[in-house]
Design a binder for this molecule. Structure first.
Ligand code: FES
Length: 112
């Protein structure tokens, strides 16, 4: 019972962090990330709106040092966890592309 492509369990993402996944979509694997805040999870394409590169340089290293924002490692853009909006950086005002998720019995899946 997943409602889509299963990624992990909520508790596999430590609260206040994010994890990267490859989401098989047809022939391609789409890089996505899932951020957790408490019991809530937020899914985004792992592509910076600035020049399209993945946000992280080290695996699962998506958060700013203060833990408040998703951050792009390339030029430092920072994004709100809740809606992916870039609040500072070269792509300010442009959001990460949302990936709809489901959580059923603690299992996080991409809604397909
Ligand atoms: S590529 Fe992300 S801020 Fe420039």
């Amino acid at each position: 019972m997943s409602g889509g492509h299963v990624l992990c369990r909520v508790e596999d993402i430590p609260d206040g962090t994010a994890r990267g996944f490859d989401w098989p979509k047809g022939e391609v694997k789409v890089k996505i990330l899932v951020a957790r805040k408490g019991d809530r999870v937020f899914g985004y394409r792992n592509a910076c709106p600035h020049v399209g590169v993945p946000l992280e340089m080290d695996p699962d290293d998506f958060m700013s040092i203060d833990g408040r924002w998703l951050q792009c490692s390339t030029h430092g853009a920072q994004f709100r966890v809740e809606d992916g909006m870039c609040i500072i950086g070269p792509c300010a005002g442009r959001p990460l592309r949302s990936v709809p998720l489901t959580v059923i019995d603690g299992v996080v899946a991409v809604r397909e």
